[in-house]
Ligand binder design. Structure first.
Ligand code: DGL
Length: 292
């Protein structure tokens, strides 16, 4: 089987626009070739959804980017990396790199005390993925994790500093600070934009790990590619809803628009007309619970 060649684009997937922090990190490095981005803006947020749903949506994104002929997939979304990485690796025909493993490796290198903090969405923190990854890397590591669900909407509203954001950060971060961590993983696409507030609340001595930056740093190395830094590539961005909003946010996140944004056509057989659902109804099989 011949996969996409070395000149093929790099696929980047996120639940919405937050993955642009990873694109920003990639564009700052000599990463080979162009990027094809998919942001699932019709179905964001993933962070409050069940693992089963996030996995299904992530596999759809994988299929879409495979159709675009990507040579590898960077899972920029921490939530998707946290709960769907095994399914993505299993199903993918190309290498898959997730932010969680990369962020954990970076945190393992940074910590001196072996006490590491992790913040992310409810789904990411609930999955305990960072605990598992860090335990493999740092024997005896102690992890203090906190879900910070209000951070994503604050960033999306552009409230990246100010009294309200600071008060929310104080509340969420208090237990992590009290745990005496020397390193804190920003385990969500949006959190690098709150870096200043988070650093202030945690104190200057705590090293903040940007998991998106960490995965960008690993791309060339893990894919075994030497970066023949081109520049001038055209990148392509696809979203499942609200192209205009994405374009505006892209300028805010990146300071520029490095490529065209297009809408993904979602015309499809509605779920209630799909054969599997119909069969279940006809045979009276109860629906499955998906909150496991
Ligand atoms: N991209 C998600 C993450 O990094 C944050 C937004 C969402 O909940 O979908 O976890």
């Amino acid at each position: 089987v011949t996969g996409p060649g070395p000149g093929a684009p790099l696929g980047v997937f996120d639940s919405g626009l937050g993955g642009l922090t990873v694109v920003r990190a990639l564009l700052r490095r000599p990463v080979r070739g162009s990027i094809v981005y998919f942001g699932d803006t019709a179905r964001v947020p993933y962070g409050n959804k069940s693992p089963a749903t996030v996995t299904r949506l992530s596999l759809e994104a994988l299929r879409f980017l495979e159709h675009q002929g990507v040579r590898a997939l960077v899972v920029a979304c921490n939530t998707a990396s946290a709960v769907a990485i095994d399914a993505l690796v299993r199903e993918a025909s190309v290498p898959v790199l997730g932010v969680v493993e990369a962020g954990a490796r970076s945190a393992a290198r940074a910590t001196r005390s072996g006490r590491v903090g992790v913040i992310g969405t409810r789904a990411t923190v609930g999955s305990r993925c960072y605990e598992r990854a860090l335990a493999r890397l740092v024997p005896g590591v102690e992890v203090a994790a906190a879900a910070c669900p209000l951070f994503v909407p604050l960033v999306e509203e552009g409230w990246i500093d100010g009294a309200v954001t600071r008060a929310v950060a104080e509340e969420y971060l208090a237990p992590v600070r009290e745990a005496g961590v020397d390193t804190l993983v920003l385990g969500c696409t949006h959190y690098p934009l709150l870096r200043d507030v988070i650093q202030d609340v945690m104190g200057e001595d705590v090293t903040l790990i940007d998991s998106g930056d960490a995965v960008a740093e690993e791309v060339g190395r893990v894919l075994g590619e030497s970066a023949d830094a081109g520049g001038g590539e055209t990148h392509r961005f696809f979203v499942s809803d609200q192209v205009d909003r994405f374009e505006t946010e892209m300028r805010r996140f990146l300071g520029e628009a490095p490529g065209e944004v297009a809408l993904v056509d979602q015309t499809d057989v509605p779920w209630y007309d799909r054969p599997a659902w119909r069969r279940r109804q006809e045979h009276g099989t109860p629906g499955e619970r998906n909150d496991v």
